[in-house]
Write a protein of this length. Sequence first.
Length: 115
Amino acid sequence: MLGDFGEDIAANYLVLQGYTIRKQKYKVKIGEIDIIATHKNILIFIEVKTRRNITYGYPAQAVNQHKQFKIIQTAQCYLAQTKQYDKNCRFDVIEIYYNSETKYNINHIKNAFEF
């Protein structure tokens, strides 16, 4: 599946950038977060969007206000579950432009939206 492939690409990219992956595909009743990682003492909730083309818009455009709200709610569940109430957090979006299994481009949007 294209989405799973994109998430794997994003996770590998993050590790190469010095991030530590804490969880992939974190799911609760409210929603799902693709990747939860830490970097420089910041907890980062990452939404990954993979596209073959931009016919229907750029991948990050799919992370609309409603989707952001669900991600924030899900992140709050994670923070409560792991008792990390005072942790510095941010929300990123990683766009994967997929051409083939060996050709793709990554666009990492840090601080894509806020609490």
